[in-house]
Design a protein around this ligand. Sequence first.
Ligand SMILES: Nc1ncnc2c1ncn2[C@@H]1O[C@H](COP(=O)(O)OP(=O)(O)OP(=O)(O)O)[C@@H](O)[C@H]1O
Length: 626
Amino acid sequence: MLSSLASQTSSQTEPAKLTIRQVLQRSVMLVLQSAPREIINLMLLSLVSGAGPSIALYFGKVVIDEVTRLLSDDLTATALTTLLNNQLLLTAIAITVLLNIAIDSLQPIDTNLVTALRDRVRGSAQEKMIEKVSTFEDIALFEDPKRLNLITLTEEKSLFKLQEITFKLIEILTGTLRLVPSMLLTATIAWWIPLLLLTAFIPTMHCRLKHHDQSWRVEEIQASLSRQMKIYAKVLTEDGYAKEVRLLSLQPILLQRWRDLFEQIFQEMQRVRRSGAIQTMSWSLLSGLGAAVPYVFIILGVLDRRYTFGDLALFTGLILELRNGIFLLVYSFTGLYDVSLGVRPLFELLDLQPQILSGAKPIPSPDRSPQTQTNGIHINNLSFTYPGSEKSILQDINLAIAPGEMIALVGENGAGKTTLAKLLCRLYDPTEGTILWNGRDYRDLKLDELRSQIAVVMQDYARFPATLRENVGWGDLPQVEADPAIEQVLEEAGVAQLIHTLDQGLDTPLGKQLEHGVDLSGGQWQRVAIARSLLRSQAELLVFDEPTAALDPKNEHEIYQIFRAIAQGRMTVVVSHRLALAKLADRIIVLEQGKILEAGTHAQLMENGHRYCEMFTRQASSYVTT
Ligand SMILES: Nc1ncnc2c1ncn2[C@@H]1O[C@H](COP(=O)(O)OP(=O)(O)OP(=O)(O)O)[C@@H](O)[C@H]1O
């Protein structure tokens, strides 16, 4: 029943597949919002570059006809005088020359605008994507392969394709402006010519659309392969893995896996590309033949003296222009379809709705009435299954944390301790049951208010590639410039000396990724993470998940005292395998396979002689023997 509920809730947030029309509409809106000025300027330019060639062709015909007419008359004056005296010829030449100059000289402006447009659109789409992913409250976004594939497709395809959509739209505009005058002029030769040319392109168009569909389906299917490739590339190239990859000589095997995946993706794409190219080529022959018919028709017309030489130059130029226009439009339209398929993941990602939603109610103050049972945190009948998983991790947990109480969660690896800590921070919601804060359901509370009341040191705490000041100050943003407060928490966490040993003190960049960045030892990083949580002095709940894992036993003891001191008057949950730390707690909760096995003070549990006593005795003896 639990699993069906989990799969039901995860399917509720499945993004609805958007139609190509919806993708196009949203892409156009996004492009217009990102770069309105560039779009207007490009449209004006398209007017000139689109309609210009046909107009130039028409005036070219006027020149040829006028020259032919003049040649058929007996010329008495010199050629130059004849030309200078002929108003029509001069005007037609001037317009043709000016149009050609305009078309050529606008090219650099066009390139400039297109580049600016591309950068703006990419920047704006990327910003939307980063904002969405980073503000998505649901941590499960990073644990669901389908959603991870969506992020990969967006990063690797959509952002590029969105830029292309812009160019395709401009191309379509230019193509249409190019097509309309040439179509009208061609129809003056014979009405069936534009129709014939258009019809001849239909199979090519159909074939290209089908090909794009097939290629995109292959890309979608291969998104998970491409994500695997990224994972291997990451392991091979990032510093977090560098030492062990070298020590274990993993490069050949991982590189081979990367190559195999690349080859698999490449071969499949090649197969689709090859079949698409063959089909499109075959149908292009038909459209080529379609263009030959009107060409022959015009030559016959000139031989029959129905058309002038000017007509011959105009009509052959026009047919070429028309064919190019149709060609451009067909390729732009089918390309537009292709890029819309590629942009779709971006909008699907933007449409994703988190399951963790903020409530509307503020954090309630403790109830001052005597004998109240509501204050503090109450976990009632809580069960939990990770989204997309079938396995129940926590079952029927009932636990109350009184104001000011410190509890320790202990148990074997995989017992569910970290999971319970994450639920207390509302990184997930329980699958069944509730967590109450001063009597009010977590889900009803304003999420930012709730989170501001919690200070956390996670098992996999973040090592921000930022300065020491930021690594601590981001624990409580308003205090990021408050040097005395930052210095004090560094002191409490036992790393005050860092300020003096690092070249730039608090403003020293930490982490080797940063220029002039300094790396810290594992224990120093952990203390910086502890200092970060200590800065959040207003927090009512402290959650420490293995906060001393990287500390040496001598210093660990000093940290225990700090925890005890800062836990005074606040609710504290410590997850630890170090039972000496658990011993400090007011109450110890032993978890086993997702259930509470026993609970009580250290003395009570030792007296019970069950699991905790066993674990403590084993650990104490191993400390003695080592
Ligand atoms: N994001 C996740 N998605 C699915 N299953 C998960 C996820 N995180 C943890 N689990 C599973 O939940 C179970 C409990 O994990 P948890 O980290 O809560 O255990 P723990 O008691 O903290 O263990 P440890 O002492 O090793 O830290 C494990 O079986 C683990 O495989």
